[in-house]
Design a protein around this ligand. Sequence first.
Ligand code: ADP
Ligand code: MG
Length: 185
Amino acid sequence: MSRETVYIGFGSNVGNRVDFCDRTVTLLSLLPHSQVTGVSLLYETEPVNDGANPGNHWFLNGVVRLETDIAPRSLLETLREIERSLGRDEDNRSGPRTIDLDILFYGERVIDEPGLTIPHPRLHQRRFVLMPLSELDPLLVHPIRHRSVNQMLAETADASEVRLLFPQPSTTYGSRPSCSSHPDS
Ligand code: ADP
Ligand code: MG
């Protein structure tokens, strides 16, 4: 097993969105063979209809950085479990969602298999992903596009609104790891 740096995007646009995001970060921080080393702030974002049909409710979005030994397929399964445990409507996956979890980057790996594409194929088209990502690692380079997160943010055609949630909520389910670049501190 080799430890890799993984970025996971999360978004919620149904019910108590802050609570779903908070529970998600806590559940990710409890995963075995893994350590959360960064959590972005929460952003309020306009729903974007790029393939899905999530309804009219605005999302809360953020990104978590995870150092993990969990292999990509297992991680995807784990994220599906977290989605299910938080009440994601499996019968209408593309509709409004309590929580959506996407693997954005898995180290520098490029994976293109049925049901799993890494880097996430639409991340460069989504300001709601690029903004929180740039907070955690603005210089991270996309292994296919060879552009940094900040460059992709400057170049994206996505004009949808993404604004910092204010005030930022405090966490209910445990202390959040700070956005430290020193996982052992
Ligand atoms: P979206 O996130 O695009 O709104 P879904 O959450 O319903 O839509 O995901 C649709 C499918 O995308 C999932 O069944 C999953 O297998 C697949 N998928 C492919 N690549 C990834 C990835 N990198 N992260 C998460 N899901 C992915
Ligand atoms: Mg998804």
